[in-house]
Design a protein around this ligand. Structure first.
Ligand SMILES: C[S@@+](CC[C@H](N)C(=O)[O-])C[C@H]1O[C@@H](n2cnc3c(N)ncnc32)[C@H](O)[C@@H]1O
Length: 291
């Protein structure tokens, strides 16, 4: 099997340990990717419904020929409808491994990565489903909307700087390519050894794919699908996602509907960090529904 063809999954052992279910238990993998977590889950004898917004991810996972799982193209914000349509109306566990896969970041044509300046600044996970690309957003949003977009990830000063540069760039022509956005990103400072472009690219990707809105909508729907003692497992990669998850956990605990099993999030161990440096920002939290 060509390993480069698949996403390098994070916290796999920890996920399997946290599931610890009876054979035949129903599990939803709301962010299937190339099926790294799902393939291990299937080995435990669980029945899995795997969902992904990106048709390419489904195509690649199908090549794994996994037994005992149903694969569906869809947005996890519709997890309630998708689950019901496939007989997964009550499940033992649901996994969200948020963000995009290594394959998205490595793909030189889709505009997620800044390694190919000539690529169109697209960043959509699903071109059929989403009409607006990264370049479109930068070209049409008003100044205050751009500030809102960047402020979700960047600090105040860098948000102001980069917005100013976008507005200036627009005066001389359209923003089209990754290279155009890289030019704009020169306006800001890199942080903690990150490239100048890392956080602006992340902010734009999150906006193009409505990542935070989708998560906000999906969490309560997913929690409602859990049977008693069912578990919601969520891996976050940045503070935007984490804030939404922590607010949701607080809401559930206040309403006495469930319990946070991870006072401190579970992080990759040294061995995983060494093998897969991208895992460094991964944090797993587990919420269990009450009896
Ligand atoms: C980090 S990857 C998951 C990797 C997967 N756990 C594995 O082991 O291969 C996140 C996946 O979520 C998908 N995704 C992002 N937003 C989504 C959404 N709203 N609905 C469904 N899938 C989404 C992306 O296309 C990507 O494949």
């Amino acid at each position: 099997m060509n390993e480069d063809k698949f996403h390098k999954s994070v916290l796999v052992r920890e996920i399997i340990e946290a599931l610890n279910l009876k054979k035949g238990a129903k599990v939803i993998d709301a962010t299937l990717g190339t099926g790294g977590h799902t393939s291990e889950t299937v080995k435990e004898g669980y029945r899995v419904l795997g969902i992904d917004l990106d048709p390419l991810m489904l195509k690649l996972t199908k090549e794994r020929q996994l037994e005992g799982c149903i694969l569906v193209e869809g947005n996890f914000k519709d997890i309630d409808k998708i689950a019901l349509a496939h007989g997964f109306g009550k499940v033992a566990a649901i996994l969200f491994d948020l963000g995009v896969s290594n394959l998205h970041l490595k793909s030189i044509e889709r505009g997620f990565s800044f390694s190919n300046p000539d690529a169109l600044l697209d960043m959509r996970l699903n071109k059929e489903d989403q009409g607006v690309s990264g370049a479109d957003l930068l070209n049409v949003l008003r100044k205050d909307q751009l500030e809102e977009l960047f402020s979700r990830i960047l600090d105040y000063r860098n948000t102001k700087e980069i917005t100013k540069r976008v507005m200036e760039f627009r005066e001389s022509g359209k923003i089209t390519t990754v290279g155009d956005f890289l030019e704009i990103c020169k306006a800001i400072r890199g942080k903690n050894g990150l490239s100048q472009a890392t956080l602006p690219f992340l902010a734009l990707r999150i906006a193009v794919n409505s990542e935070l809105e989708n998560l906000k909508e999906a969490l309560p729907k997913a929690f409602a699908l859990l049977e008693k003692k069912g578990r919601l497992l969520v891996i976050t990669f940045h503070s935007g996602e984490e804030r939404i998850l922590l607010d949701f956990i607080e809401e559930v605990e206040k309403a006495n509907l469930g319990k946070n099993l991870t006072e401190q999030p579970i992080r990759p161990n040294a061995e995983e960090l060494n093998e897969n440096p991208r895992s460094r920002s991964a944090k797993l939290r587990i919420l269990e529904k009450h009896d």
